[in-house]
Write a protein that binds this ligand. Structure first.
Ligand code: ATP
Ligand code: MG
Length: 356
């Protein structure tokens, strides 16, 4: 029996509440399948840990996590702990430390969720964003000169390495080929004459190796408009760290909001574990009430299944979420329901269909 070891970091606020449901779903799937199993180890890292220990995670946290096949994270951050600590000392430390250079954000409007775009058929909102996750505009390079003076200057430098750009673009081409879909690059070559021209050039170079993949390229401003006016154009999308950050929030809004948006931070070479999480935060306003929507976290469980090669099960999970949405019987308050987090998890499990 194949065993997949998963490090669970429930984190803060609603993190522990939603992660319980994701773990339940994964356990149930392993039972239904019978050919593999998951082993979950829990780590109490996050803001509460910070309050007691002055740090977000164990000093040798990365050494500990290194031995796992995947990391499953609830949410980190809480009022009182500045973002630069909660984010940098845990999330970004793991992303960078484990070279998780691919950020995968599925954007698919499931049946049962209202369509925000009256001009667009709902099935046209179905895409996968692949965001560069380690460099670019968020590399942390720059300077702050002449502080407090009239000639004060803040410089924020985008760092684009050939290695970094090429590997994310290549990953995106592989994904497009595997799925038989088109690939769209989003950049800004007309206004940023170094980094974005370099990005576009590498996109063209790599495209030559994938003549079978249909490609497109848009400026980020045009892409923002087209995502609303004609989202059908977008199937697989590859873009930079900053543009991906912004556009995937727009995408989340198209696909039903934070309660449904999942994200994977992937190290494709599997040198290090990849990390799976809902993209929402710890939602302090509703924490402890048992009413958080676990669907984003369950969706990221489906990404874990895809990542381990159980794509059929990954699809099953999405279908079970969709059935729950369409039935409208068991939903949390954010989706106009009155059920609890655990009820929704149970309902998704009830809606799972055995594959073999
Ligand atoms: P971050 O922690 O990344 O800074 P944030 O504080 O901007 O994020 P969240 O913590 O995600 O945002 O919460 C934003 C709003 O969305 C809150 O009102 C929160 O209650 C709601 N929300 C977030 N996630 C969920 C969820 N899973 N179910 C229901 N409501 C949610
Ligand atoms: Mg928050």
């Amino acid at each position: 029996m194949k065993v997949h070891k998963i490090a669970v970091i429930p984190g803060d606020g609603i993190g522990p509440e939603v992660i319980d449901e994701g773990v339940k779903v994964l356990q149930r799937i392993a039972e239904l399948d019978g050919s593999f199993t998951f082993e979950f180890d829990y780590f109490p890292w996050g803001c509460e840990y910070y309050a007691k220990n002055g740090k977000m995670m164990d000093d040798n946290g990365l050494d500990i996590l290194k031995n796992y096949d995947a990391i499953y994270l609830g949410a980190v951050g809480f009022p009182g702990v500045p973002d630069h600590i909660s984010l940098w000392d845990l999330l970004l430390k793991i992303r960078k430390g484990f070279d998780q250079y691919v950020n995968l954000r599925p954007i698919k409007l499931l049946n049962g969720i209202p369509n925000a775009l009256s001009n667009v058929p709902r099935e046209n909102i179905d895409m996968l964003f692949i965001r560069e996750n380690t460099e670019g505009e968020y590399a942390g390079a720059g300077d702050w000169l002449n502080k407090g003076r009239e000639d004060e200057i803040a410089l924020q430098t985008g760092v684009f390495t050939r290695k970094g750009v090429e590997r994310i673009i290549r990953y995106a081409f592989e994904e497009a080929r595997k799925q038989g879909k088109s690939l769209t690059s989003i950049s800004k070559g007309n206004a940023m004459q170094y980094s974005m021209v370099f990005w576009d050039q590498i996109f063209e170079e790599v495209a030559n190796e994938y003549p079978d993949v249909k490609i497109d390229s848009y400026l980020v401003d045009a892409a923002s408009m087209l995502l609303i006016k004609d989202p059908k154009r977008f199937e697989i999308v590859v873009t930079t760290n900053l543009f991906g950050d912004i556009l995937t929030d727009l995408g989340a809004a198209l696909a039903g909001g934070l309660g449904l948006a999942a994200g994977a931070n992937v190290n494709p070479e599997k040198t290090f574990p990849s990390m799976f999480e809902p993209i929402h935060g710890s939602a302090p306003d509703i924490a402890g009430q048992g009413i958080a929507n676990p669907m984003a976290t369950v969706w990221s469980a489906s990404q874990i299944l895809d990542f381990f090669g159980y794509e059929q099960w990954g699809n099953q999970v999405i279908q079970a979420i969709e059935k729950t949405l369409v039935d409208k019987k068991v939903l949390t308050p954010d989706l106009e329901g009155s059920s609890t987090t655990a009820d929704v998890g149970d309902e998704i499990i009830n809606n799972l269909v055995k594959i073999k």
